[in-house]
Design a protein around this ligand. Sequence first.
Ligand SMILES: [Zn+2]
Length: 141
Amino acid sequence: MTKAETNFLVKLRSSGLRPTKQRIKICEVLFNRDKTFHFSINDLTNIIQNQHNEKISLATVYNTVHAFKKKGYLKEINIGNDMSYFDTNTTSHHHFYDEQTKELIDINSQEVEIKKTPTPPNGKKIEGVEVTFKISKKSSL
Ligand SMILES: [Zn+2]
């Protein structure tokens, strides 16, 4: 077993998941890469079915992704209009969201400066600020 595979088993077990062939495939797609990966449950299911020729149900992908999120291996990003994306970069950072290509792009946290923050409701504190900049293609004049 390779070091990566051992790592996948650790991730699955610590998330309370039985390491099935399908779930190990999910780990390969998510964690065997050096760049940040943004995806929806549907994207990930399609990638595994079409690019890896592995039969997998939406429910398995859903359960696994949510278990990883709960454990802190993935982060959920809400774009609004019910679109939910997941991110393999779990640090605090900002995004561009391209509404035409439905693509998320990371922005380094140092590139965004928040000048004014609202006072949180009584008994609450601000945990973090994550901003999504919606982008679209410039219209040519
Ligand atoms: Zn990101």
